[in-house]
Design a protein around this ligand. Structure first.
Ligand code: FMN
Length: 136
């Protein structure tokens, strides 16, 4: 069964190009081998990632990612069974979030993961794709 999950997390340390490159390199190699596709949005101390794939593969990867010391406060915000992938062309696409991006306006003090719905994230990713800001 195919699933898609979205999670948000808080970066530990600065989100430098070197950190991003290292995450993307690891992701592309592993994800290709395990049938995972998705997108990674990052910026302003936040990561927001979509992962798609077979349920057991996504669960296994999510557990690995959640224990990665480069971020904390990893919160699943959405999980659904899907018929088709949305990000099937990308082992892990990537976009930078600006300080004005609605996705970076999270109030971590009072953060309720349910305040970020799957629909909201999906719509924002669609916008980033349409405006050519997603790097595949
Ligand atoms: C925000 C974030 C997103 C990540 N996304 C992925 C991913 O999609 N696929 C992947 O294999 N590793 C991803 N990683 C890296 C994994 O957490 C982990 O470091 C990597 O799989 C190597 O694991 P290992 O050290 O146990 O071999 C991500 C890490 C972070 C911080």
């Amino acid at each position: 069964m195919l699933v898609r999950v979205f999670y948000v997390s808080a970066a530990v340390g600065p989100q430098t190009t070197a950190v991003t490159q290292s995450i993307l390199q690891q992701s592309q190699a592993y994800n290709c081998q395990h049938g995972i596709t998705g997108v990674l949005l990052q910026g302003q101390g936040i990561y927001l990632q979509a992962l798609e794939g077979e349920q057991d593969e996504v669960n296994r990867l999510y557990a690995r990612i959640a224990s990665d010391p480069r971020h904390n406060r990893v919160e699943m915000v959405h999980c659904e069974n899907i018929e088709q992938r949305r990000y099937g062309n990308w082992s892990m696409a990537h976009a930078e979030l600006s300080d004005l991006d609605p996705m970076t306006q999270i109030e971590w003090q009072t953060f309720d993961p349910h305040s970020i719905t799957g629909l909201l994230v999906l719509a924002r990713i669609d916008q980033l794709i349409e405006t050519g800001q997603m790097i595949g």
